[in-house]
Ligand binder design. Structure first.
Ligand SMILES: C[S@@+](CC[C@H](N)C(=O)[O-])C[C@H]1O[C@@H](n2cnc3c(N)ncnc32)[C@H](O)[C@@H]1O
Length: 467
């Protein structure tokens, strides 16, 4: 990176920080301190202003890029490569309830001897583990060997008492979405990571499009799909925890997302909308409430449909009673039974399937689609890490130079999800080219991309019509 790039990044940081400071003052928000003891909606409220959120993202991206260019490259790459040690330390503290113990101890903190006694670990080893995380701003060492929570370690808090967790360890992650996600990831994905190279280099599995020949199946040493693994009686706790991971993910999606995904006003009275692999219908319920004259069919597998019927009976029974909303069993790889559909929704389904399966699903919809039908896909579309022409990206605007156009490591989560999809399913979070190829080869044509979640930059709705 040239000297001017370094100065340019420093300027970007200064400008963005000034924007954050001014907007926070104008709107009475506090910029949270790293050492504040907890993490809450309140501590993150400053980010609810979209201009602040944008400036914070630019500042963080520029800081990370600046550090990368100024650190010795070997130091930088080493710290990237030893991510497994970070994972190990987070896992120990999460599963040993260190954050809950420190919350109960209060802001003065607790000596590691007491923490270790409460969680049944060796104090000198635990001290090194917590200090390792503290060095990365997770926890705070207030005096030698005395630790306390900060805003980052607060995210690990299940908000249960240590007494309750000890009495009911299987229920530790109930209703605790983010800790459940981390626990799941550090258990499952870690086992996948260690065999990723061995699996990919083998001629037989390197190009696998099979759901039972994955990095996951090798890492967990099973001959079954990801979903069957969780249904197995030996994995009762993992299954329970996974339910709360999904609930946590759904809870952070904006409830009005479906309205940003498509201009529903253009649908005529009595239009039929089919939500393919629609789960229990969480996404379509707001649509049914606002557009009371359209018909909605939510299709999924039998057990999910039964759960969905219970959900609608409790939350919006009128829609079921009138017959305007139906939940029906349908395997999306079989011919689509509903004709005369105005809009098909396929939300967060495609990324769970290898491309051969996606083509089958999209072909089934294309066979059933009339010439006026639209297909609305909701999924991440991952940008390239280089600048491209406008027709090769989903957004008109790119991030300012010299930042990477995808914000670099700040947008790590979407690319990590892509890795997980590869591990679990031999599937992907597609790039615009991959998605276009899948749609074109099955008789669809993309007409529009829309951003639907201000917090999740790459989550898009993709509107397609029969080609
Ligand atoms: C990640 S969930 C997405 C659910 C919903 N679209 C949403 O965004 O809330 C994927 C859904 O696909 C369903 N599914 C998996 N295989 C299916 C199949 N062969 N036919 C129909 N649905 C299926 C699952 O049961 C699950 O509800």
């Amino acid at each position: 990176m040239s000297q001017s790039s370094v100065l340019h990044l420093a300027d970007l940081i200064q400008e963005s920080v000034q924007i954050i400071d001014k907007l926070c003052k104008d709107n009475n928000f506090n910029i949270p301190d790293l050492s504040s003891p907890g993490f809450s909606t309140q501590s993150e409220a400053f980010r609810s202003n979209p201009a602040v959120a944008d400036a914070a993202k630019i500042t963080a991206a520029a800081c990370m890029q600046l550090a990368t260019s100024l650190l010795p490259p070997t130091d930088f790459l080493f710290s990237l490569a030893v991510g497994d040690s970070h994972s190990a330390a987070v896992r120990v503290c999460l599963e040993a309830n260190v954050t809950e113990i420190l919350r109960e101890a209060g802001p003065e903190g607790l000596h590691v001897d007491v923490i270790a006694a409460k969680c049944g670990l060796d104090a000198p080893k635990l001290s090194r583990i917590i200090r390792y995380l503290t060095t990365h701003h997770v926890y705070r060492e207030v005096k030698p060997d005395v630790f306390t929570n900060n805003r980052i370690s607060g995210t690990l808090d299940t908000r249960k008492s240590l007494k309750d967790i000890t009495a009911n360890p299987e229920g530790k992650y109930d209703s605790a979405g983010f800790p459940a996600l981390l626990s799941h990831h550090l258990d499952i994905d870690h086992k996948c990571s260690v065999v990723a190279w061995d699996t990919l280099k083998e001629g037989t599995t390197e190009c696998s499009q099979e759901l039972t020949r994955t990095i996951f199946s090798r890492g967990l040493n099973v001959n079954m799909t990801y979903w069957d693994f969780f249904k197995h009686p030996d994995n009762h706790f993992r299954h329970r925890r996974f339910g709360f991971v999904m609930q946590g993910m759904e809870a952070i999606q904006p409830s009005d997302m479906i309205f940003r995904a498509f201009n529903w006003n253009i649908l005529g009275k009595d239009a039929i909308v089919v939500d393919v692999g629609g789960g229990i219908g969480i996404a379509t319920m707001p649509l049914a409430r606002r557009y009371t004259e359209i018909n909605i069919v939510i299709q999924d597998l039998p057990n999910v449909v039964e759960e969905g019927k219970r959900f609608w009976k409790e939350k919006y029974p009128k829609a079921l009673q009138s017959g305007r909303v139906k939940l029906e069993t349908h395997d999306f790889f079989e011919p689509q039974p509903i004709k005369g559909v105005s809009a098909f929704i396929v939300k967060q389904v495609l990324h769970n399937w290898p491309s051969t399966y996606i083509k089958k699903l999209l072909s089934r919809l294309r066979e059933a689609a009339s010439k006026d039908a639209v297909l609305i896909i909701i999924d991440n579309v991952l940008p390239y890490a280089c600048r491209v022409a406008e027709n090769e990206r989903t957004d008109a605007k790119e991030e300012p130079e010299p930042l990477l156009p995808n914000y670099g490591a700040v947008c790590n989560s979407a690319y990590t999800l892509d890795m997980m999809m590869m591990f679990y399913f031999n599937s992907q979070e597609p790039t615009i080219k991959q998605l276009t190829d899948l749609l074109t080869s099955t008789g669809w044509k993309i007409v529009k991309f829309r951003s639907i979640d201000p917090r999740s930059h790459f989550l898009k709705s993709v509107e397609a019509i029969p080609a």
